[in-house]
Design a protein around this ligand. Structure first.
Ligand code: ADP
Length: 307
């Protein structure tokens, strides 16, 4: 099947800064995809090229198999974009701004009205429909941006750092709404440097660093492949006979008072290990479980943290 988005060999330099050094991405229709990386990694540049805001140096970008440069009108009509910064349309009520936005896609104000009402209602902006953008709170501006991206009911939604600088409550609201969009069959591409956001939402992530994709995969698979999960248990009453009972677990750094097991899925192994210890008369003083995150994956690939 033709991918919703295909990016191949994309490069871009700004003066001496090589923002993108050959980016390849393929996003299937209906997928919830995350482009994860630290500030300056090239996330915005990638999506700005895809959406026609920035000109590429080399490579190709296609939406549903059609080139985003030569077939711009089609590809742009398929995308709804919530950029990081607001374009400054300060002087009209937000309801009017949404009608203008619909107009860019050939939708008349009258046709757009039900959709505008629905989006304002759903995003908690109905009471602010007459307000100017500059009178909205930061969180409301974010929601307005999302409404603007969705006005023409696009098949693909692209969000650049959708929850950067957003408080926890709104972050969760936005996540819920994005999950709903995903369930409704939309393809979603988001950029983020929040590990949690990528882990919670995305079915697939591409980790980008210094203009290159350094790893792709399902977040759970990546963390179990490259992370360092484990269990540490402080005990007393160790017995030699436990060696064979616990043989199937990899005990690293163990002594009579402290057991440390390295494993991919500590939450699955923990009950059995505790049972073996307790039924053999061992006293447990403290249990600690480490579950790796994509942060560890990034760390093991680059030697530094994401955020
Ligand atoms: P991210 O979105 O991952 O934070 P960007 O794509 O914004 O990263 O930036 C990638 C690199 O390109 C950074 O080094 C950034 O400073 C540089 N860059 C981005 N846009 C411009 C621009 N318009 N002019 C000069 N340098 C830019």
């Amino acid at each position: 099947m033709t991918p919703a988005i295909k990016i191949a060999g994309l490069t871009k330099a700004f003066g001496n800064t090589q923002a993108l050094a050959g980016v390849d991405l393929e996003i299937a229709e209906g997928q919830f995809y995350g482009l994860l990386g630290p500030n300056g990694a090239g996330k915005s540049t990638t999506i700005n090229i895809l959406t026609g805001l920035v000109r590429k140096d080399a490579g190709s970008t296609a939406v549903f198999g059609r080139d985003t440069v030569t077939d711009f009108r089609f590809t742009r009509s398929q995308l709804g974009i919530a950029a990081q910064e607001l374009s400054i349309d300060w002087f009209f009520p937000i309801e009017k701004l949404l009608a203008f936005q619909a107009g860019y896609y050939g939708i008349t104000e009258k046709q757009a009205q039900p959709r505008i009402n629905e989006l304002l209602e759903r995003l908690g902006l109905a009471k602010k429909r007459e307000s100017r953008l500059r009178h909205l709170s930061g969180g409301m501006k974010r929601r307005y941006q999302l409404a603007k991206a969705l006005i023409h009911d696009p098949k693909i939604i692209i969000l650049d750092e959708p929850t950067a600088g957003v408080d926890v409550e709104l972050r969760h609201e936005l996540w819920d709404y994005l999950r709903e969009m995903h369930q409704a069959g939309k393809t979603i591409l988001l950029t983020t440097h929040y590990i949690e956001e990528a882990e919670l939402l995305c079915e697939e992530v591409a980790i980008i660093n210094e203009g290159k994709i350094i790893k792709k995969g399902n977040p759970q698979q990546l963390t179990s492949e490259l992370g360092r999960s484990g269990i540490t248990i402080n005990i007393s009453g160790w017995k030699e006979s436990l060696n064979s009972l616990l043989a199937k677990y990899t005990c690293t750094d163990c002594d009579a008072g402290r057991l440390h097991f390295t494993m991919r899925n500590p939450e699955q192994a923990l009950p059995e290990i505790l049972k073996i210890l307790v039924t053999n008369g061992v006293h447990i003083h403290r249990v600690e479980m480490e579950k790796s995150s994509l942060e560890d994956v990034f760390l093991s690939l680059t030697g530094k943290g994401i955020s």
